[in-house]
Design a protein around this ligand. Structure first.
Ligand SMILES: Cc1cc2nc3c(=O)[nH]c(=O)nc-3n(C[C@H](O)[C@H](O)[C@H](O)COP(=O)(O)OP(=O)(O)OC[C@H]3O[C@@H](n4cnc5c(N)ncnc54)[C@H](O)[C@@H]3O)c2cc1C
Length: 488
C-alpha cells in the first residue's frame, strides 16, 4: 500500500510552509514534498529580503510584533498607518487595475491577521531596512512594507520549517511531484513522486500545489513569455519549472492571469544561469538612467530615463532580452561613474578614451556606435547629474527618446558594462478562488486540489507590488492548508 496522508503539500517555500502549518492546525496529517535538497529548500523564498506588505496602524501598532524594540528605537522610525485603501491603490497602480479584484481583496483583508498568525507560529520580525533609514536613496515607489522576516528570506524558511517540524509535518527532500494521480472517475487521489530511489505513489484526500511559477523552465518561458526568453538568466531557484502548473492543466485547471508577463531586471552578463544566494543581490545593474544602453549593433532601444530605475527596470530587463543574443552594453562617461550603484564594483568594466576605441573593445561596429553617441549628444544637455531627481533633461527628437538625465556623454574615458535580462518570477498561473481551490475551465473547483503562492495567476498582472508576493503566498497558503485539511 502506498503511504497515505490527509494532505500533500507540493513545495517547501513560504506558501507551502504556511499551508502545512494551517493544515496541521486543523488536525490533518501532512506530508510536504520538496524537489530540492535541504540546502536549496524554499524555491525563490531564500532569495528575498523577506519583506511583507500588510495593513497596519503605524509604528506603534507594528511594535506589537517587535517585542525587543525600545522606546528610543521606535521614536527614530517614521512609519505611517497603511490602510486597506492604500494597499488597494498600490495594487491598482502596479497592475493597471487588471488584477483579479476578489483575490486581491482577500489578500488585503487577510494580510494583517496572517502576519499575526505567522508570529504565533514562531516567525520573528524586524523592521525593513528602509524604515531603519539604511536603504540609501529615498524610494519613489510608495513603500509600505511593514516588516521583514528576521534574517530575511533564509530566516523565513528556517523559522517556518522549524514550526512545521514541531507541528509534526513530514518533509521529504529531493522528492519531486511528478504527476497528480486520479482514479477511474477522474477524482484526485494523490501524487506520483520521484526521489533518488525512483517513482512512488503517495495517497491523500487533498493536494496543495505551492511549487512556484515556471521561470526556471527555458521551454515554458519561450512558449509563454516569448521567443528570446529561453536565454534569460534565472535570478532565483532552479527548481521552479512549472511542474505544478503543467500537472494541474492536465487535470483540467484553467490557465489564468498574464502568461506572457514576468518580473525581470537588467543583470550582469556574468551572472550564473540560475540563482546563487551569495551573488544574486549584487548582480542587478540598475544605474542605466545615467548613461545610454545599446544593443550589440550599437543602437539604443529603450528610453533609459523614462523614470527612476525602480520604476523602469522590469521593462528594461524585458527589452534587453528582446535584443540580439539578449545582451546589451550600458555606457557611461567619467562624470556619471561616481553615481553608479555600489554593486557595479563587482562587475567587469571596459574603459576606453574614445567612443570608437570602446566600440572596438566591445566588438561593436565602430561607425554605428559613434553615430549613436553623436546623435544622442546632439540632442542631449550639458548639465550635472542629479540622480535623485527627475531632472527633466530630455532629448528633443530621438527615437527612442531619453526623457530624463539626457546629459551628453562628453567626458572620457568611457566605460561599459555588459548586461543581460534576469527573470525573477512569472505572473501567469492557475485560477484559484478565494478559498484557494483550483478552478477548472468552467470556473468549478477541481475536487481536492488547492494552490497558493506564485503558482496562482491573476494577482500580479502587467506588474507586481514589492513585498506582496510573500504576503499573498502566506495568505493563500494559510487558506489552502486550512481548507485542504477538512476536505473529504
Ligand atoms: C531575487 C529575488 C528577489 C525577490 N524579492 C522579493 C521580495 O522582496 N518580496 C516578495 O514578496 N517577493 C520577492 N520575490 C518573489 C518571491 O520569491 C516569491 O513571491 C515567493 O518566494 C513565492 O513563494 P512560493 O511559495 O509561491 O514559491 P517559492 O518560494 O519559489 O517555492 C516553491 C517551492 O516549490 C518547490 N518545487 C518546485 N517544483 C516542485 C515539484 N515538482 N515537486 C516538489 N517541489 C517543487 C521548490 O523547490 C520550492 O520549495 C523575489 C524573488 C527573487 C528570485
Amino acid at each position: 500500500m502506498p503511504p497515505s496522508y490527509d494532505v500533500i503539500i507540493v513545495g517547501a517555500g513560504n506558501a507551502a510552509l504556511c499551508a502545512a502549518l494551517a493544515a496541521r492546525e486543523r488536525g490533518a496529517s501532512v506530508v510536504m514534498l520538496e524537489k530540492a535538497p535541504p540546502a536549496e529548500q524554499g524555491g525563490n523564498c531564500p532569495y528575498t529580503g523577506g519583506g511583507f506588505r500588510f495593513t497596519h496602524d503605524g509604528i506603534e501598532d507594528i511594535r506589537a510584533l517587535l517585542p525587543d524594540m525600545t522606546d528610543s528605537e521606535a521614536s527614530r522610525v517614521s512609519m505611517a498607518a497603511y490602510t486597506a485603501q492604500d494597499f488597494r491603490n498600490h495594487f491598482e497602480a502596479a497592475t493597471g487595475g487588471e488584477a483579479d479584484s476578489e483575490l486581491v481583496e482577500t489578500v488585503i483583508a487577510e494580510s494583517r491577521p496572517t502576519i499575526d498568525w505567522m508570529s504565533l507560529k514562531g516567525v520573528r520580525w524586524e523592521l525593513p531596512s528602509q524604515a531603519r533609514g539604511e536603504a540609501g536613496a529615498p524610494s519613489v515607489i510608495p513603500n509600505s512594507v511593514g516588516l521583514s522576516a528576521w534574517e530575511s528570506g533564509p530566516g523565513l524558511v528556517r523559522m517556518l520549517t522549524t514550526a512545521c517540524r514541531r507541528a509534526g509535518v513530514v518533509i521529504l527532500y529531493q522528492t519531486a511531484m511528478n504527476r497528480l494521480l486520479t482514479n477511474h472517475d477522474g477524482a484526485l487521489t494523490g501524487v506520483e513522486a520521484r526521489d533518488r530511489d525512483g517513482i512512488h505513489e503517495i495517497r491523500s484526500n487533498a493536494v496543495v500545489l505551492a511549487c512556484g511559477g515556471f521561470e526556471a523552465s527555458a521551454q515554458m518561458r519561450a512558449e509563454h513569455i516569448g521567443s528570446g526568453w529561453e536565454r534569460a538568466k534565472v535570478r532565483g531557484s532552479a527548481h521552479n519549472t512549472g511542474d505544478g502548473i503543467r500537472e494541474a492543466l492536465t487535470l483540467g485547471a484553467k490557465p489564468y492571469g498574464q502568461w506572457n508577463g514576468c518580473h525581470a531586471t537588467p543583470i550582469d552578463v556574468a551572472a550564473p544561469e540560475t540563482g546563487a544566494l551569495e551573488v544574486t543581490d549584487i548582480m542587478p545593474r540598475r544605474s542605466y538612467p545615467l548613461g545610454i544602453t545599446v544593443n550589440l549593433a550599437g543602437r539604443r532601444f529603450f528610453d533609459e530615463g523614462a523614470g527612476f530605475a525602480e520604476q523602469t527596470f522590469v521593462d528594461m530587463g524585458r527589452a534587453i532580452l528582446q535584443q540580439d543574443c539578449g545582451v546589451a552594453h550600458q555606457i557611461f562617461d567619467s562624470r556619471a561613474l561616481p553615481h553608479l550603484e555600489g554593486r557595479y564594483s563587482s562587475a567587469r568594466r571596459v574603459d576606453a578614451d574614445s567612443v570608437r576605441e570602446l566600440a572596438r573593445k566591445l566588438d561593436i561596429d565602430t561607425h554605428t556606435l559613434a553615430k549613436t553617441v553623436a546623435h544622442f549628444n546632439a540632442s542631449a544637455h550639458h548639465a550635472q547629474y542629479e540622480p535623485r531627481t527627475l531632472d527633466g533633461h530630455s532629448t528633443a527628437d530621438l527615437d527612442p527618446p531619453k526623457s530624463n538625465w539626457a546629459i551628453a556623454l562628453g567626458s572620457p574615458p568611457y566605460s561599459a558594462y555588459t548586461v543581460t535580462g534576469g527573470i525573477t518570477y512569472t505572473y501567469g498561473g492557475l485560477k484559484i478562488d478565494t478559498c484557494a481551490r483550483v478552478l477548472d475551465r468552467e470556473d468549478k473547483p477541481i475536487a481536492g486540489l488547492y494552490a497558493a503562492g506564485i503558482i496562482a495567476g491573476g494577482i500580479f498582472v502587467h506588474g507586481s507590488l514589492r513585498a506582496a508576493g510573500l504576503m499573498h503566498g502566506a495568505v493563500y497558503g494559510k487558506i489552502a492548508g486550512a481548507n485542504a485539511a477538512v476536505y473529504r
